[in-house]
Structure formats: structure tokens, C-alpha cells
Design a protein around this ligand. Sequence first.
Ligand SMILES: *[C@@H]1O[C@H](CO)[C@@H](O)[C@H](O)[C@H]1NC(C)=O
Ligand SMILES: *[C@@H]1O[C@H](CO)[C@@H](O)[C@H](O)[C@H]1NC(C)=O
Ligand SMILES: *[C@@H]1O[C@H](CO)[C@@H](O)[C@H](O)[C@H]1NC(C)=O
Ligand SMILES: *[C@@H]1O[C@H](CO)[C@@H](O)[C@H](O)[C@H]1NC(C)=O
Ligand SMILES: *[C@@H]1O[C@H](CO)[C@@H](O)[C@H](O)[C@H]1NC(C)=O
Ligand SMILES: *[C@@H]1O[C@H](CO)[C@@H](O)[C@H](O)[C@H]1NC(C)=O
Ligand SMILES: *[C@@H]1O[C@H](CO)[C@@H](O)[C@H](O)[C@H]1NC(C)=O
Ligand SMILES: *[C@@H]1O[C@H](CO)[C@@H](O)[C@H](O)[C@H]1NC(C)=O
Ligand SMILES: *[C@@H]1O[C@H](CO)[C@@H](O)[C@H](O)[C@H]1NC(C)=O
Ligand SMILES: *[C@@H]1O[C@H](CO)[C@@H](O)[C@H](O)[C@H]1NC(C)=O
Length: 593
Amino acid sequence: MIPIFSLFHLLPLLPISLGQLTPSVTYNPPNPTQALVPSTGSPNAQWSNVLGNTLWFYDAQRSGRLDNGSYPNRVGWRNDSALHDGDDWGVDLTGGWYDAGDYIKATFPLGFTMFALSWGALSYGQGYDAAKQTEYLDSTIRWGYDWLMKAHPEDDVLFLQVGSSVIDNDYWGGDQNIPTPRPAYPINSSSPGTDAWASTSSAFSLGALLYSGQVWNTTTSSSPPTSPSLTNSTYSALLLKHAETLYNVANSTRPFVSYDASVPEITDAYGSTGYWDDLCLSALSLAIATNQSKYYSDAYFWYTNSSLTNNQKIWSWDKRTVAAYVLFAETSVARPGLAQGAGLDVNVTGWQTEAEGYFDKILNGDFKDAHVTKGGLLYFGEDSADNSLQPALATATLMFRYAPLASSSDKTQAYNAFAQSQIDYILGNNAMSSVYIVGMHPNSPQNPSSAPASGGDNIEDVRNDPPVEAHVIYGGMVGGPLRNDKFWDWRDDWVQTEIALDYNANWPSVAAMMIANNSADPFYVSLAVRTYSTPSGQPCDNALPCHGTSKGKIAGIVVGVVLGVLLIIAGLVFWKRKQIARWWRRGYRLPKA
Ligand SMILES: *[C@@H]1O[C@H](CO)[C@@H](O)[C@H](O)[C@H]1NC(C)=O
Ligand SMILES: *[C@@H]1O[C@H](CO)[C@@H](O)[C@H](O)[C@H]1NC(C)=O
Ligand SMILES: *[C@@H]1O[C@H](CO)[C@@H](O)[C@H](O)[C@H]1NC(C)=O
Ligand SMILES: *[C@@H]1O[C@H](CO)[C@@H](O)[C@H](O)[C@H]1NC(C)=O
Ligand SMILES: *[C@@H]1O[C@H](CO)[C@@H](O)[C@H](O)[C@H]1NC(C)=O
Ligand SMILES: *[C@@H]1O[C@H](CO)[C@@H](O)[C@H](O)[C@H]1NC(C)=O
Ligand SMILES: *[C@@H]1O[C@H](CO)[C@@H](O)[C@H](O)[C@H]1NC(C)=O
Ligand SMILES: *[C@@H]1O[C@H](CO)[C@@H](O)[C@H](O)[C@H]1NC(C)=O
Ligand SMILES: *[C@@H]1O[C@H](CO)[C@@H](O)[C@H](O)[C@H]1NC(C)=O
Ligand SMILES: *[C@@H]1O[C@H](CO)[C@@H](O)[C@H](O)[C@H]1NC(C)=O
């Protein structure tokens, strides 16, 4: 095997991007009591705050050197941290973001986050521009892509995680004592990860498209959506290069394999359930970014060959098929030439059938493992059990995107209305009258599960020590309530109160759309301030399982039964050993070599 150092010292210098836009107006999150002031005029001040805060959240998650002149730090209570990431491989992996309430950095879910942020920006640029958030969008997006480029130092090498979740899970405290070592985990051509290569490629493709300044005209109207004013063809070309090499490595490294098989150590935090969806979405994204039909042909091949039709899964960092339906539908309007160039007789009609099949099942209650809770939240069985709001927000985002392309105006209305109901739920129209974005309203959660924001360092009493969260991590959407619509605002209940990059990924897009559309105020503006009271009883979720229903107990029973059966078989074999030996000698003798 070639030692890693000989590979890396041949690398060209890593790109350093200092070309970021400077904000014309400094934005800092307002006091949550401002949420009670109805907006007047345009742009809508409340949606502008949702946009501003949900982007600010990404600043609070930053790792590495926070303030070096090129990316000013807005979060006074954060410090430089993890300045030796990548040293174990002789690469610079400092920077980027901490993934959630702890201190690992994770590439696979980051691919989803960057994809979602870029896709939304591409279509709702007017909203960013009007709210004067384009410069912050630029710095957020560059902070993410700059790190992803560092994590992709060679065509086939992609670092998927920095920090060990085993080490990290034993630590609760600030950003100055993050435990070391912080190992980095790569995939490469000898330890491949089709899904991670492809997913990261799709994120780069949409970033390249966003910075290219091309109009993503997905409407038949004469006033199509606009991208925000951050066009930079140099940066776009840089991103596109990474998108192409990653896709080509993913497509040409056989057999296809999930990264779970190559780096099992990291699947504790994020494991992947497959790669066909990632291949399809990455080929499609690259087709759009390059305007080349050969990638469209690949995308269509993955879609048909791996039976991605009639999917009934959520849109998340792991599951991406339904996002492909919507992007295919948009592509058939914005770039009809791609399918034609691939010699394919497909048009918007087919994608409408696919997308509407998915959405209508949700609306009609025919969706496998999904239902709307009593309080009105779209809840997807196991997929919502670790965080209930992200799947609902992602579905709402896709419905808003797709609604203008629907086959009838009734459907357009139905999708917009359902999507709006999910946004309203998250912003206060729920059984707890809670506004599930931290620091947005007086009724927002007070105890998000974020080690740096908590100010605590007592892992034995994360919930109460300190009694009051030290810092407000503005703009972070929490995991969310349980399927009974109840919410325990407990810092140690990561299911309900953790914050994460991927949970927030669709928020800026939704807020920018509301601004661009001159929509009415968010629900929370009319929500009475009340004192939160903890529901009675115990949450009984995956973070704080209750006696008798815990997964661990069920697993224990299953293991016990399997062991019992094995013991019985072993006993039978021992008892009948002579007969078995005779039978073996007679019938099943191995041929002589
Ligand atoms: C500033 O931060 C960026 C992003 O992490 C990095 O690429 C660059 O090298 C840093 N510059 C200095 C002078 O430290
Ligand atoms: C465009 O981006 C490149 C690469 O990040 C950067 O060097 C350059 O300064 C940027 N140009 C402008 C005008 O922002
Ligand atoms: C940042 O450093 C200061 C000074 O050492 C410390 O008081 C503070 O808790 C640190 N912030 C975090 C998030 O750990
Ligand atoms: C390839 O990745 C595997 C899995 O992370 C790692 O063990 C191996 O050292 C890497 N090989 C090279 C040449 O970097
Ligand atoms: C957007 O595309 C539609 C047709 O799909 C066209 O009618 C419209 O003029 C386009 N708008 C712009 C500004 O290109
Ligand atoms: C992807 O791989 C297939 C099978 O090897 C090949 O036919 C196809 O041309 C590749 N796609 C691209 C864009 O190179
Ligand atoms: C994409 O390519 C087609 C056909 O080659 C061309 O007509 C179209 O203008 C191109 N679109 C863009 C945005 O470059
Ligand atoms: C998928 O493609 C492979 C290789 O081209 C082919 O052997 C297989 O039959 C296809 N499967 C389906 C379901 O189309
Ligand atoms: C799409 O193609 C089908 C079959 O080729 C055709 O019946 C339909 O009218 C087309 N739809 C549009 C919008 O062109
Ligand atoms: C936002 O405006 C666009 C363009 O007018 C429209 O197509 C879309 O349906 C609107 N969305 C909502 C949720 O009102």
C-alpha cells in the first residue's frame, strides 16, 4: 500500500477563498420579544428575522479559526477550536461546522445541508436580496463549501468525519476542552463510498449552479425566480470541478458500495441506507450544472434501473429520492434540452405523475408509515422518532417548490396549504404553543441540547447544570415534539431539543420564499406569550427511554431467543453426533484435490 504522505505531498495548494462579499448592513438576532410586533411594509420584517436567525445559527456552529478577516465572527461566545483537525493524515481539515449539539464534523449530512441551502437560494434569491441577507448567505455557503473542498483533497479521497463519536459522546462542555484525538475518516478507491461521493457531488453541483448566475427558470410565467446577487464564475468553476470528479469516481468505482462498509466506525453517528438515490440525484444535479445530457442519461438510468419510482420515504441526508422527483420536474421545464439531448422521450407530465403520486398519498393519508398527529404535524413513523420536525419541514419545502408546477390549480392550492400548515405548526400553531426555533419568540425552547451554548460541563447532570442555558443559540430549530405533540424542553433529551445543521437546512429557503412572495406574517406574531410548563409523565423517546419499552430491552429479548435456539441446535447436534458423522462420510465427502 502507498503510504498516505506520498499521496498528499503531491497535492496542489488548496484553494483559499477570500473573495466573500461584505455585508452592507450588520445583522444580529433581535430580542425574542420583537416577535410580537406585526410587520408593516416590505420586505416582511418577521420573515427577514427568520431568515437572518436561521443563517446566524450556522455561524454559531463554526469550527476552526472563527475570525481571520475574511469571515467575520458574529457569535461572541464562541472561540477558535479544533485547530489540528486533519493532522493525523497530513491534511488541513480545520474549519467547517460542528454537526449538531456536540463536536464531530460529518460530511454525509453536510452534503444534504449544502444541497438544500443552495437549491433554495437559487429559487428565492429575491428574498435574500430584499432582506439584505445575501452577503450572509454567501459567507454561510462558502464556509460550508470551503471545508468540503478541503475534505476532498484528491479525486477519490473524501474525508467523511472528523472526531470520533465514541470519544465525543463522553464529553459535555465548552469549545476549549474538546477531547482529542480527533481522528479523520476518509473513503478512497480502496475503501469506497458510492453514496458519500455522489451525495457530496450533488451539493457541489448546486453550489456551482448558484454561483454561475444562471437563471433557474422553473415557471411558465414571465417573472421566473431569480438567484441572489452573489455570482462569481471563479468560485462556480471551482465547485464544479469537485462535483465532476466526485461523480465520476462514484460512477466508475465498481462494485458500488455504501460507505458504511468502508468506515464502519462512523456509522454510529450517521449510517447510510443506500446509494441509488444519491447516484440519481448527483447525476441530475451535474447535468444541470454542466448542461450536459450524458449526465441526464445517467440520472434517468439510475431512476429506472434501481426502481426509484413510487418512493415512500422522507427527504433527509440519507434519503433523497423525492427531492429527485421535484428536481426532475423542475428540470423538464427549465432545461427541456437535457432529456432531448439524451434521446429520452420524457417531459414534465411523467414527473408530475411521480411527484403528485408522492404528495397526494401524504395528503390523502395513504402514505406508508406516515400520519398527521392530532395537533397537525406530519409524522413519519421511525423516520420522525429521532427528530420530528426536519421531515415535516423538508416535505413542506418540497411541496412549496413543486406547487407552481402541479398539473391543476387545485393541486397547487392543496400543496401550498398543507406545506403552510407544517410551517405554522413549527412556528407555534401546536399543542404546546411552542415556537420550535430557538430565540425566535418568548415561547421558544430555552434548553437546546447544544454543549457550547449550554455553558455546562457536568455530563452527569446535563439537564439542570447550569439551570439556565448560558447562551442563546438563535435560529436553531430543535428536534421537536413527540408523536403525541408533547414537548419536553430538557437539555438532555437530544431527540427533542438537539439542534443540527441538517434540521435547519430548509429554513432559510422557506423564509426567503415567504419574503419574495410578500406572504403574511409568520404564525408566531399573533401567539400569546405564556409560561412553558413541562408535560406530566416521562417522554419515553430514544433519548430517554422508559422502562419496559426501550429498544435495548427488545434487542435483549431478541438476542436471548436467538441464543436459546442456537443452544438447542448445538445440543441436538452433540446428541446426534455419531449419526451426523456417518451421514457426512457417506454422502458429503469432499472431492480429493
Ligand atoms: C481564514 O479562514 C479560511 C477559512 O477557514 C481559511 O481558508 C484561510 O486560510 C484563513 N486565513 C488565515 C489568514 O488564517
Ligand atoms: C470570486 O471568488 C474567488 C474564489 O473564491 C475569489 O478569489 C474572488 O475574490 C471572488 N471575486 C469577487 C469579485 O468576489
Ligand atoms: C470561550 O472561551 C471563554 C474564555 O476561555 C470561555 O469562558 C467560554 O466558555 C468559551 N466558550 C465556549 C462556547 O466554550
Ligand atoms: C483509504 O481509506 C481507508 C478507510 O478510511 C483507510 O483505512 C486507508 O488508510 C485509506 N487509504 C489511503 C491510501 O489513504
Ligand atoms: C421562463 O420560461 C418560460 C417558459 O418555460 C418563458 O415563457 C419565460 O419567458 C421565461 N422567462 C424568462 C425571464 O426567461
Ligand atoms: C457512468 O458509468 C457508465 C457505466 O460504466 C457509463 O456507461 C457512463 O458513460 C458513465 N457516465 C459518465 C457521465 O461518464
Ligand atoms: C444548454 O444546452 C442547450 C443545447 O445545447 C442550449 O440550447 C441551451 O441554451 C443551454 N443552456 C444553458 C443555460 O447553457
Ligand atoms: C440494471 O442495469 C443492469 C446493467 O445494465 C442490468 O443488467 C439490469 O437488468 C438492470 N435492471 C433493471 C431492473 O432494469
Ligand atoms: C409528454 O409526453 C406525453 C407522451 O409522449 C404526451 O402525451 C404529453 O402531451 C407530453 N406533455 C407535455 C407537457 O408536453
Ligand atoms: C410564491 O410565488 C410564486 C411566484 O408567484 C408562486 O408560484 C408560488 O406558488 C408562491 N408560493 C406560495 C407558497 O404562495
